[in-house]
Design a protein. Structure first.
Length: 312
């Protein structure tokens, strides 16, 4: 710890020291926060110019008071919440007793959404995420700035977590989504000159993700996306099929990317409607569509589906 603080304390990008990430997830020994306090004191001795904090996922009074009682040397408390951010109007009653920052917030997490009959989480579309971001910031973050020092939207980049799009504000090839447009608007009061496409619907075999779509092995089906672009930009589509993630890690731990399955689409795959063959092996899969406007923006959605039939 001494070596790390000494190495980076004068770096111009350093804002604060986070001591432990989400230590309250499944913890059983409360003394972990006594150690956090000792590390905070050590950091302050070496670097008096930057504040210290630790992140928690629970917005309940018991956890907040536990951390503040056992780690009083921390300069502020950091919260990481997704759907649980809805608890903020109630939690502010005890959060405002000291400064706090929301160091992670974003779309509904894969642990917070509806699931198919076989347990696959149903992801919001990029357009639904944009609406969720706007509502969350306006009603659950902005009103509590003051004791709330600010917030970090997650993730300003791209990562694999159950899907390659779940928490990603950008695509894997660098295009921005509606969530980026929304954040520019709430931060600056100005909308971008050119905005991301709006994905209105996605259907597989004429059914949405909420219908728990099941396909027969090797049979042909049609998938259709409905996309609008307020700037009138021509849309180019990219369709992909991947096996469903089998990851069980929590807390955003590293997940390996999932390769596309080749040879399943029939004909042109750059348009809003495609024909596909259901994979030959039974099991869970996911169909993705990306809609690009050619101006550095994209919309996306996916449908989990289950293949049944004889294994090939």
């Amino acid at each position: 710890m001494r070596q790390a603080v000494t190495s980076f304390k004068d770096h111009p990008a350093l804002l604060a020291w986070i001591i432990g990430n989400e230590l309250d997830m499944g913890f059983t020994n409360h003394r972990v926060y006594n150690e956090v306090n000792e590390l905070s004191r050590l950091i302050h001795e070496i670097d008096p110019n930057h504040p210290t904090t630790t992140t928690i996922t629970a917005l309940d009074r018991e956890t907040v008071e536990l951390v503040r009682e056992r780690a009083p040397d921390l300069d502020f408390l950091s919260l990481q919440a997704y759907g649980a951010l809805a608890l903020m109007p109630k939690a502010i009653k005890y959060l405002r007793e000291g400064p706090f920052m929301i160091t992670e917030w974003g779309p509904l997490g894969h642990w917070e959404v509806g699931k198919t009959r076989w347990g696959a989480p149903i992801e919001q579309t990029s357009t639904e995420k944009g609406r969720h971001f706007l509502d969350s910031y306006r009603t659950l973050i902005e009103p509590f700035l003051g004791p709330g020092l600010g917030s970090y939207v997650f993730l300003w980049g791209q990562k694999q977590e159950r899907t390659h799009t779940w928490f990603s504000l950008f695509t894997d090839s660098g295009e921005s989504t509606t969530a980026v447009d929304v954040m520019q608007f709430v931060w600056t009061g100005r909308t971008p000159a050119n905005q991301a496409p709006v994905l209105e619907s996605l259907r597989l075999a004429r059914r949405p993700a909420a219908d728990s779509v099941r396909l027969a092995s090797g049979k042909r089906y049609t998938a259709t996306a409905k996309v609008a672009d307020s700037d009138g930009d021509p849309i180019v589509y990219r369709w992909r099929i991947k096996p469903e993630s089998t990851e069980t890690v929590v807390g955003g731990d590293l997940e390996a990317s999932i390769e596309d399955l080749d040879g399943l689409f029939v004909g042109d795959t750059t348009r809003e409607e495609v024909t596909l063959m259901a994979p030959g092996s039974p099991g869970p899969y996911r169909l993705y569509v990306m809609a690009y406007d050619g101006q550095g923006h994209a919309a996306h959605a996916n449908i989990p589906f289950l293949v049944y039939g004889k294994r090939r």
